[in-house]
Design a protein around this ligand. Structure first.
Ligand SMILES: Cc1cc2nc3c(=O)[nH]c(=O)nc-3n(C[C@H](O)[C@H](O)[C@H](O)COP(=O)(O)OP(=O)(O)OC[C@H]3O[C@@H](n4cnc5c(N)ncnc54)[C@H](O)[C@@H]3O)c2cc1C
Length: 302
């Protein structure tokens, strides 16, 4: 992810120019402002701007004239109450704007989250960099035998080496062709908007992505989850750490109720009640489908 000296100088300049403000400031977020956090081999996430803090959530919930803070304890309790009861709008009062550099195939999953504002680097206007995601050997896995959307055992030895060679060679050859089509040396040179057609989905793109905290939590719940593809999960996990510093009470409630918690169906509650009463309940007597039963049982595994 090396930044150019010019990019680094721009970030240094922004971080050196602190100004007094009357706005709410999150000390935890200030330490992240503008700084890139590396993700994958060439990607990053960095915070460009943000609005609000934990107090902004309670302030909105109380429709308060001041900062809305009663005591730290009641603020934390109120935020947990709001999260527990799915009161989403107070969380929408906080916003964050990220600058993300990510492979195109990750961007295709990410862009499905429609409740954000996006502006992407234009490959019609600019020439893309020669930067491609090549998985680290510990992430080069075979197709899962049990989950059609997942990975299984690691590729090893000659097979792993051959796959990495193919990925690198295809990337370099495509980029060489991209450059040669763009070139106006002794030819007209193909338009940028057309020359990009042959580039593979592991090339990196960049965007600014602005979202409110409620919809960010929705994104993180889906994409920091173990079922999400590793490559987008790596971004979501980095963003989780940033959000934990930004709004510690809200993040801890999110971690407790959403990331770490689970929703029980009426059938699940009935099974639990029967078990607490001493009955042995099996898949056959639970009234649940095979998949539901598997997920229900896996929640109680040590
Ligand atoms: C593990 C995983 C596997 C997936 N597999 C596939 C797949 O195989 N194929 C595929 O196509 N997608 C797949 N997806 C994408 C998934 O179906 C969603 O499109 C994506 O997660 C965005 O979720 P969202 O629509 O809830 O988010 P957002 O777009 O941010 O929307 C948030 C919420 O706002 C509301 N909302 C937003 N826009 C509308 C609207 N126009 N109408 C009504 N309500 C709206 C909905 O309540 C929605 O839940 C997968 C996602 C995950 C996490």
């Amino acid at each position: 992810m090396p930044l150019t000296p010019e990019q680094q100088a721009e970030i240094d300049e922004l971080r050196a120019g602190a100004r007094p403000t009357l706005r709410a400031v999150s000390e935890g977020m200030e330490k992240h402002l503008y700084l890139p956090h590396q993700v994958l081999d060439h990607g990053f996430v960095r915070v460009i701007d943000y609005m609000g803090d934990d107090a902004a959530i309670t302030q909105a919930a109380r429709v308060s004239y001041g900062r809305g803070t009663k005591t730290v304890n009641t603020d934390e309790g109120l935020i947990r109450y709001l999260m527990r009861h799915w009161h989403s709008t107070p969380f929408e009062m906080c916003e964050v704007k990220f600058h993300v550099k990510l492979p195109v195939f990750v961007a295709r999953q990410w862009i499905r989250h429609r409740t954000a504002n996006v502006n992407e680097y234009s490959a019609r206007y600019s020439i893309l960099d020669r930067e491609f995601y090549i998985p680290a050997p510990e992430h080069l896995s075979a197709q899962s035998a049990t989950n059609r959307q997942g990975r299984g055992a690691l590729l090893e030895g000659a097979e792993a080496a051959r796959v990495l060679d193919i990925l690198r060679e295809d990337a370099m050859r495509s980029y060489d062709h991209y450059e040669s089509m763009l070139s106006d040396d002794g030819q007209k040179g193909l338009a940028r908007e057309l020359a990009r057609m042959n580039l593979p989905a592991n090339i990196y793109t960049q965007w600014y992505w602005k979202v409110d905290l409620h919809n960010l939590f929705h994104f993180l719940r889906l994409r920091a989850d173990a079922h999400a593809q590793y490559e987008i999960r790596a971004y979501a996990e980095t963003m989780c750490r940033i959000v934990a510093d930004w709004v510690p009470f809200a993040y801890s409630a999110f971690e407790d109720y959403r990331l770490g918690g689970m929703q029980l169906s009426a059938k699940g509650i009935a099974v639990l009640k029967r078990r607490l009463a001493g009955e042995t309940v099996t898949e056959e007597t639970s009234g649940m489908s095979k998949g539901e039963w598997r997920e229900f049982e896996s929640a109680w595994e040590a």
